[in-house]
Design a protein around this ligand. Structure first.
Ligand code: CUA
Length: 315
């Protein structure tokens, strides 16, 4: 799967503004650095030539050069201050509109994503993946039940912490279609590094299609093997932690699996989604993601194959 994860290729209004200030800082500081190095080299060269004569502070041009240098420093700092003020205002302005509201909850070590709506029948929950329509402003309400995490999708915006007991939010407005990887940016325990998420920015039509699919209850098993897999899931420990809408599984501890096979990754970006990786993850959660709260569920090879056939059908 091809995705982007860089602060230097803006894919959102907010990161566009941040990118502006980054460039201004780079150019101003770069020019000043080069000037300092040039003057240093010049001074060393002159010192070699004039080793036996005392420096003359009254040399012509000395005070003019000094004032020019002070003026340059002030102009540079002024440029940075003005840009930073303008960028701050621009980001604040872009936070004032909202087309879509999502609730994102960080967990050790994955993300719950809830699409909110005034009509409860239009809300749904997914995990480790956010789909957004391009050019639509969106507000993400952030919360954390355990420790401090940080939401960071470099192409779209800067970082925003998720703090237990304190609600925060972040506003995004993606400007181009693509898959953008995000990463928890605050050390939060053993699997902090494997706490990723993917933001999939798509056209409004694609987003509506995806949303309509997510609103549906889980697909019925396609064959007898998958049907047996569903029975195994419902009678094992799996159903105690995971929800599959439209079935008896209603656990809230782990990610909602109603459409797990439609996602691009497993275990919060630890593995790409594939049937083989799904088998690896279920067979050995601690091998794939040591310390994760997903326990190993003892299954016979037949039961495991059936369960994978069932889960892989949950598109
Ligand atoms: Cu969550 Cu680091």
């Amino acid at each position: 799967m091809a995705f982007e994860q860089t602060v230097l290729q803006a894919a959102g209004v907010q990161n566009g503004h941040i990118h502006t200030i980054w460039l201004v800082l780079l150019y101003i500081c770069g020019v000043m650095y080069l000037l300092v190095v040039c003057f240093l080299v010049w001074a060393l060269w002159r010192a070699r030539k004039a080793r036996h004569s005392a420096p003359n502070p009254d040399a012509p041009g000395m005070s003019i050069g000094l004032y020019a240098w002070i003026g340059l420093v002030i102009a540079g700092l002024f440029g940075i201050t003005i840009t930073s003020f303008a960028v701050d205002r621009a980001i604040f302005q872009s936070n004032q509109q909202t087309g879509l509201v999502l609730k994102v909850t960080s967990q050790q070590w994955w993300w719950t994503v809830e699409y909110e709506n005034d009509d409860p029948s239009q809300t749904f929950r997914t995990a480790n993946e956010i789909h957004l329509p391009v050019n639509v402003p969106v507000t993400l309400a952030l919360s954390s039940p355990d420790v401090i995490h940080s939401f960071w999708v470099p192409n779209l915006h800067g970082k925003q912490d998720l703090i237990p007991g304190r609600d925060t939010d972040i506003h995004l407005q993606p400007t181009r279609i693509g898959i953008f990887r995000g990463q928890c940016a605050e050390f939060c325990g053993a699997q902090h590094a494997n706490m990723a998420l993917f933001v999939i920015v798509e056209s409004q039509q694609d987003f509506d299609r995806w949303r309509a699919g997510q609103l549906q209850a889980a697909h019925e098993p396609a064959d007898s093997m998958a049907s047996h897999g569903r029975d195994v899931f419902m009678t094992s420990a799996c159903a105690l932690c995971h929800t599959i809408r439209g079935t008896d599984a209603g656990g809230m501890t782990g990610p909602d699996l109603t459409h797990v096979a439609s996602r691009v990754s497993l275990a919060a970006g630890t593995l790409n989604y594939s049937r083989g990786n799904l088998a690896a993850w279920i067979t050995s959660p601690q091998g794939v993601k040591p310390g994760s709260h997903m326990p190993k569920v003892g299954l016979s090879p037949d039961d495991l194959q059936s369960m994978i056939a069932y889960l892989d059908g949950l598109k």
